[in-house]
Write a protein that binds this ligand. Structure first.
Ligand SMILES: Nc1ncnc2c1ncn2[C@@H]1O[C@H](COP(=O)(O)OP(=O)(O)OP(=O)(O)O)[C@@H](O)[C@H]1O
Length: 450
């Protein structure tokens, strides 16, 4: 708990320091504060004196509230107390005493985030299939698809969907034992169980569940004993007709050093991917978030945020929270596009420098194949030019928001059907051609870090 509190506090300070406050104000008012703990939904902060207390209450309390809410992902109040840590020490001593007298409480399994439900999940083209598959599994665990393997890029809603499945199953069957764990936690627990000779406890914990949700499975790649243990856990649960749901940032066949026997098992059920959301979905997500948090934001501002932040829903939500925090800090209730631009200027300038253009893609692909960009755009159809051109079109479609006709234009005025053909051809080849997979990886990396 102590470390968790400290971690939360550090994250909050980082937001204030890096993103919002001037160095002088930060050093004057914030440096001397200390977190006390969370009591009954209130985050308590120790302040050194009455003057600081006044300033924090007047200027920074709302900001703290927004930042803590953001970090913890839960509704929270903030209270500041002068000398609160001393009082706390006395209270803690008393609580410790009481605690010792209590019988040990049953172990609580990885808790589900109450905000991650199907109700709060916005459906769009990018996640429709994954959502439908998740609902099917939630309605009929171990009967619909087992395992369900959800994959997609960072911050696109995999964890949200997993938790939503867990909530739904628990609501339908309150006695169902639902366990959520990240593969890192699974690994750490396994290591500890071996170190402290508690292997049996570990097995009992994971093999006696009705629903096992394992997040970010890609991290068990290369960890032999974790894979071995997970393999047996998987088999036992599967045979006992228990539901297994796994998430990863990529499909099983792209996780390096994942044992084949696991790869095969992951393919037994259903694999569903989540793509980056399109503009309409990004707007719908912002609207939903604003509704949940009771933010009043104009559609101009939402359009502005959705235009600037495209590929990560966590960042999209973070941007909205940042705009709201900025407005409360500057005491500016009129949230305009200008205010949003000011609040987001650091994030946006860094994401703009990251922005991917067709010129950049053409440069990287031409370079990779030892061609000139002119050749890539030319009408030549020999394979040594046509194939790299198709790859460049594929990457343009995949990595930018450009429309098909626009991509065609950029490749010597070709028709959009040529772009579709190139995209499909390369997508198909990627299913079987390992050397193409690795070439695309190298080029994508280069495009992302030119
Ligand atoms: N379709 C959606 N509707 C509403 N909120 C969403 C949606 N998709 C993602 N989010 C929100 O975006 C944030 C990031 O989502 P989540 O943590 O589920 O991503 P992830 O894919 O598991 O990311 P990571 O790869 O980092 O584990 C969460 O706050 C989640 O609620």
């Amino acid at each position: 708990m102590e470390t968790q509190l400290q971690e939360t506090w550090e994250k909050v300070l980082k937001i204030l320091k890096v993103e919002i406050m001037s160095e002088v104000s930060y050093n004057t008012w914030i440096l001397g504060l200390k977190p006390i703990g969370i009591r009954n939904g209130v985050f308590m902060i120790d302040v050194p004196n009455e003057l600081t207390l006044d300033i924090i209450n007047q200027r920074y309390k709302l900001l703290f509230k927004e930042s803590i809410k953001h970090v913890l992902n839960q509704e929270i109040d903030v209270d500041c107390v002068v000398g609160g840590l001393k009082e706390e020490a006395v209270q803690e001593e008393q609580e410790e005493k009481k605690e010792k007298e209590k019988v040990q409480a049953p172990e609580v399994f990885g808790t589900l985030n109450s905000k991650y439900t199907f109700d709060s999940f916005v459906i769009g083209n990018s996640n429709r299939f994954a959502h439908a598959a998740s609902v099917a599994v939630a309605e009929s665990p171990a009967n619909a698809y087992n395992p369900l393997f959800l994959y997609g890029g960072v911050g696109l809603g995999k964890t949200h969907l997993m938790h939503a499945i867990g909530h739904h199953i628990q609501a339908n069957n309150p006695s169902a034992k639902v366990v959520y764990v990240s593969s890192e936690k699974f690994t750490n627990e396994l290591i500890n169980s071996i170190r402290y000779d508690k292997n049996l406890d570990f097995r009992n914990k994971y093999r006696n569940v009705d629903v096992l949700l394992v997040d970010d499975i890609q991290f068990i790649a290369g960890k032999e004993s974790t894979q071995e243990e997970f393999f047996h856990t998987f088999n036992e649960l599967y045979e006992a007709r228990k539901q297994i749901i796994i998430s990863s940032d990529r499909p099983p066949n792209e996780i390096p050093t994942l044992e084949d026997r696991l790869r095969t098992r992951f393919a037994w059920g259903l694999q569903a991917d989540i793509q980056a959301p399109d503009f309409e979905t990004r707007i719908a997500i912002l609207k939903k978030k604003a509704e949940i948090e009771k933010y009043v934001v104009s559609s101009d501002v939402m359009v502005y945020i959705a235009t600037k932040i495209k590929s990560n829903i966590r960042e999209l939500e973070g941007a909205l929270i940042r705009v709201m925090a900025y407005s409360s800090l500057t005491n500016n209730k009129n949230i305009t596009v200008d205010l949003a631009a000011e609040a987001l200027k650091d994030i946006i300038s860094s994401s703009q420098t990251r922005s991917i253009t067709i010129d950049l893609i053409q440069d990287v692909v031409a370079n990779y194949f030892n061609l000139s960009v002119q050749e890539l755009k030319s009408q030549r159809r020999t394979r040594n030019v046509a194939y790299p051109r198709q790859i460049a079109m594929y990457l343009s479609r995949k990595l930018t928001d450009m429309s098909l006709p626009k991509i065609g234009d950029e490749f010597g005025g070709r028709d959009h059907t040529t772009v579709i053909h190139a995209y499909e051809k390369i997508s198909d080849a990627l299913k079987t051609d390992d050397s193409l997979i690795s070439a695309i990886k190298i080029m994508t990396k280069k495009i992302n870090n030119p």
